[in-house]
Design a protein around this ligand. Sequence first.
Ligand SMILES: Nc1ncnc2c1ncn2[C@@H]1O[C@H](COP(=O)(O)OP(=O)(O)OP(=O)(O)O)[C@@H](O)[C@H]1O
Length: 295
Amino acid sequence: MTTPDPRVDTVQDRPSVSIGAPSSGWGAVGVDTPQAAGAPVMDLRDVSVFYGNYEAVRGTSMPIRQNQITAMIGPSGCGKSTILRSLNRMNDLVPGARVAGKVTYHGQDLYAKDVDPIQVRRRIGMVFQKPNPFPKSIFDNVAYGLKINGIKGNVHDQVEEALTGAALWDEVKDKLKQSGLSLSGGQQQRLCIARTIAVRPDVILMDEPCSALDPIATGKIEDLMHELAKSYTIVIVTHNMQQAARVSHFTAFFTAEVDEKQVRHGRLVEFSETGKLFTNPTDKRTEDYITGRFG
Ligand SMILES: Nc1ncnc2c1ncn2[C@@H]1O[C@H](COP(=O)(O)OP(=O)(O)OP(=O)(O)O)[C@@H](O)[C@H]1O
């Protein structure tokens, strides 16, 4: 991609709802600091992730750029989800998991002792593979996050704004009291996206968000991702190479390599602009994967 992408905008487009961020400490990081689109929001330096003694992913270095969609692709078990979870400290919740190397967010060490993982997960939200609405009303699914995060303001307006931002408002505005579980799979996933954006994250991590959806629902989420990238930075793990090619600006290709002790470790093979990675990859392993010769 050599010409500016019209989809890419700056954080000036960020919705204006106040999130009541603390004036100091982790919660204040980067919130009111508009940067040029494409500047790195996060950076991984030589990141390895262990489950107990097993080094699942080894030595990953890559930037996550502002208002860009970064896709992570590669064969099963190469560590895409593991790296994704290291970006908002979700691995902290896995017993025995440990992250080595450095993950920075707006230049700050995400794993520093004084960093609150709860604040991290508010700034860096996550959407999971399987839509997981709470067994609550559509309205409460979105309002709940506002409440537990102590976000002030008109709850109804903020719920409407989040549902509109997730391209769901028109479909649910007349049934806000119905259970979130009564929606279709694609609507449930958009409800989960609404729930995520309601608390004004900076970065949204998506772990195969369309794998449980049909092609029409998938198309809607992909369109939505383009819209969301105007206001948020997005990282998506996908098994679907066409999806990575369609939605992302940058792509990271991972594979699993077997070491001298016959142990498999995930490795980042190539990171580049999506257009380049899919048309002119630098590494033979990337070329073999995207042309279907392995994986
Ligand atoms: N909680 C865990 N405990 C132990 N090992 C784990 C855990 N989660 C993942 N692993 C291992 O880490 C490696 C990377 O797994 P991960 O799920 O990150 O890969 P992936 O590329 O996302 O795979 P897939 O595309 O199949 O979802 C695998 O060998 C997996 O078995």
